[in-house]
Design a protein. Structure first.
Length: 441
């Protein structure tokens, strides 16, 4: 069972990518780690032993193509669902039909493209039918299924990770498009120089983008005596703005901010500026980047350079006041400064260590002498008794203990010797030495 097409659909010429969609495993470009001779997914398809599975990978790498190949090779009923147009009622109707067919020994494979677009209720509608074997579910997603697919459903599916196509694999696909009868094989086309490689680089591992770009370039090519000439200039016009793989709510969002953070931590300003540009040019909110940069200023630089936070917050303020594109240079200034600053995670480690103790000892009472005795009753029962006001002391230090008894002697802030923090370390050592010398027996 497949989705039907109308007479209008049949009368329209199909895009090049659709005309070249592989019908067999051997026609598929890429994914040799899954589809090479003897590899697991190839064996599953060839033996028609398909079980519930998820294809996870970036756009244009063959997720829908694999489903098409399975549809041609399987003896099961094959149903193609759209996560965009299918509602719960439609899902349940088809599931009940599949359940009925199972009683007569018929298998049903349900392919759900963009399964991450299904909400929890829609995904839950599949679950009982997958559990009892009424259907075999095949989902395709560009998003990490760990985050986007119902855990119970995911546990019943084998996840296959598809990789972006290499430049050479894209090139072989483009050559096939120019010579195949389903492509431009019936036309005389001359592609100059390294134009195909230019298209392959632009495609960034996406076969669909590569074929669409080639098709646009051919349609806009220069016709001379029955021959179409595709030049570099034409391709550059067709690819005037690189399409970046980016979803502000998806995994790539977190991958890029992670790359920025780790580049700054590794004191690599060139890499940091590149990842910053990748995010901003793809449409990321500069205030989001600024917030993460400010976090980095304290988490990874801290008191090794106290000015880091000032600069990060100034960049945040500039982003808020000026917006894009003016604020790109302010963020670049902050990112480069933080990349070159001395690094210390002592503040981050101090809080994380203290957090563990705080969570384990939430009921630990505050020592009476550092409680604020604001009423006479409080003072009568000992609030504030024995409190020492540091400003009254000559050294501005006292031997008063401020931690609960169970945590006496515990150290959370362990300053490094990086940058300015070495001065804070020296000061802390002096304070600890003074307290040790004046400690009451």
């Amino acid at each position: 069972m497949n989705n039907q097409t109308s007479l209008w659909d049949q009368s329209l010429p199909q895009p090049l990518a659709a005309r070249l969609r592989p019908q067999t495993i051997d026609e598929i470009v890429g994914q040799k780690h899954l589809l090479g001779q003897g590899k697991i997914l190839r064996r599953i398809i060839e033996q028609d032993a398909v079980s519930s599975m998820i294809f996870w990978g970036p756009p244009g790498v063959g997720k829908t193509t694999l489903a098409t190949v399975i549809a041609h090779q399987t003896k099961a009923n094959f149903i193609d669902f759209s996560a965009v147009t299918s509602g719960i009622k439609e899902i349940r109707t088809v599931m009940q039909e599949a359940d009925h067919n199972r009683a007569f020994g018929e298998k049903t494979i349900v392919f759900v493209d963009e399964i991450h677009r299904f909400n929890k209720a829609q995904q839950d509608a599949f679950l009982p039918f997958v559990e009892k074997g009424s259907i075999i579910l095949i989902g395709a997603t560009t998003e990490n299924p760990s985050f986007e697919v119902n855990g119970a459903l995911l546990s019943r599916c084998k996840v296959f990770v598809l990789k972006a196509l290499t430049e050479e694999e894209i090139l072989s696909l483009l050559h096939r498009a120019l010579t195949s009868s389903q492509g431009f094989g019936s036309q005389k086309i001359i592609v100059e120089g390294d134009v195909l490689r230019l298209i392959a680089v632009f495609a960034n591992g996406d076969a669909r983008t590569a074929l669409s770009t080639l098709e646009m370039a051919v349609l806009n090519g220069q016709m001379e005596q029955g021959t179409i000439h595709v030049t570099q200039e034409i391709v550059e016009q067709c690819t005037s703005r690189k399409s970046l793989l980016y979803d502000k709510n998806g995994e790539e969002h977190y991958n890029l901010i992670s790359a920025l953070h780790k580049s700054m931590r590794n004191s690599d300003p060139d890499a940091a500026v590149y990842w910053l540009a990748r995010m901003l040019e793809a449409g990321e909110d500069p205030l989001y980047v600024a917030r993460r940069v400010a976090r980095f200023a304290s988490e990874d630089v801290g008191l090794a350079d106290p000015r880091a936070l000032e600069i990060a917050m100034a960049a945040h303020q500039a982003c808020h006041a000026m917006g894009m594109p003016e604020c790109t240079v302010h963020l670049t200034q902050a990112v480069v400064y933080l990349s070159l600053a001395p690094k210390s995670n002592a503040l981050y480690m101090a809080y994380e260590t203290a957090k563990k103790d705080a969570l384990n000892q939430l009921s630990e009472p505050v020592p009476l002498h550092i409680r604020n005795g604001v009423t006479s009753l409080m003072r009568q029962i000992g609030y504030g008794e024995g409190y020492q006001y540091a400003h009254d002391a000559h050294e501005k230090l006292t031997d008063m203990r401020c931690l609960p008894d169970s945590l006496l002697g515990k150290e959370y802030y362990l300053p490094t010797d990086q940058g300015v923090e070495s001065r804070f370390r020296e000061r802390l050592e002096q304070i600890k030495q003074w307290k040790k010398e004046h400690e009451k027996a």
